[in-house]
Write a protein that binds this ligand. Sequence first.
Ligand SMILES: *Cc1c(COP(=O)(O)O)cnc(C)c1O
Length: 389
Amino acid sequence: MIMWKVPLSDLTFGPEEREAAQRVLDSGWLTMGDRTLEFERRFGEALGTPRVLAVANCTVALHLAYVALGIGPGDEVICPSLTFVATANAALLTGASVVLADVLGAHDLSLDPADVARKITPKTRAIAVVHYAGYPCDMDAIRAIAAEHKLAIVEDAAHAPLATWRGEKLGTLGDIGCFSFFSNKNLAVGEGGAVSSRDDALHTRMRLLRSHGMTTLTLDRHRGHAFSYDVVEAGMNYRIDELRSAIGVVQLGRLAEGNQRRRALTARYHEKLAGIPGLVLPYRDFYARDVGESAHHLMPVLLPEGLSRKPVMEQMKARGIQTSVHYPPIHLFSHHGSSDLVRRDGLERTDALAPRELTLPLYPRMQDEDVDLVCASLEASLRDAASPT
Ligand SMILES: *Cc1c(COP(=O)(O)O)cnc(C)c1O
């Protein structure tokens, strides 16, 4: 195991998480129960919606969303190629096709609404937007396109808990919002996720699908509120458990402050990196646009054109700095690059920008000096990579 001087991300856990988990173990009730209901209620309050369901992870949240919207074979879902593969895979698993859309440009790596509009066909059913790195997509444009063509909007808000677009929380602007509470996300429980929905019908449908399509829960039967159950559709087991929900409640209490700290660290990065020739800082003008708030999940930079990324990452590693890539574009994976169910034309900007993307460390407990060290290391690594000795 490498001892990084600065890791890519790190948990913000204290004794409160351990105590919350301990209380669950002592309670004797491990699966979905009161802690999960509390987590759902509190996360819903934070988002400004009463319709939140906690689930096993964001991948199944996305699958629930597509299934609940009735998407299946013969349908098309438009999503960016520059996202985590789950955004597309969850749609493919319903039997639908995926149409990959291009990014806006070097200043904003989320999907381009104009490209979305170009790729709509009579088979299009939904647009899945991804709020890349925690910054909102242009939801005015996306909502206008969806309204015009009667399409559903799924928001993959895995990077963006508590981020906003014109005052509204991301994940509540479309039909269904999907969140991840994976270990490296802004709210971390290990494996976990949530879905929020626009209306009661979708909420009820997803609650059924989360637990086998059964009309009563184990908890209801345990409490003597129900003796049996009916199954009203073929569902899955996409439940979360009480341990993770209890940790989630504690983590939720740290989220707003953590996002603020990420914002301050990002501002410091932007200031320190501004002078490096050829280096591009996406979202540097984000707050000048005055469209909302980011959750600052990631700190992406674009390396100078013509420079190869791998030697830079190796140089950073030698200096004790962990870096990453968000993302290898979906259309370049062996499966998606050859599947008949994946449309992958018109991705020129993704092809030009994705190979230049490098993600720098960002987490609330990071110190200002850590940012300075990463920036100095990047400057030195770029110099060394440009003129190898
Ligand atoms: C992490 C992530 C997911 C998947 O989340 P899991 O909870 O790990 O299933 C989906 N989409 C995006 C954009 C992500 O970053």
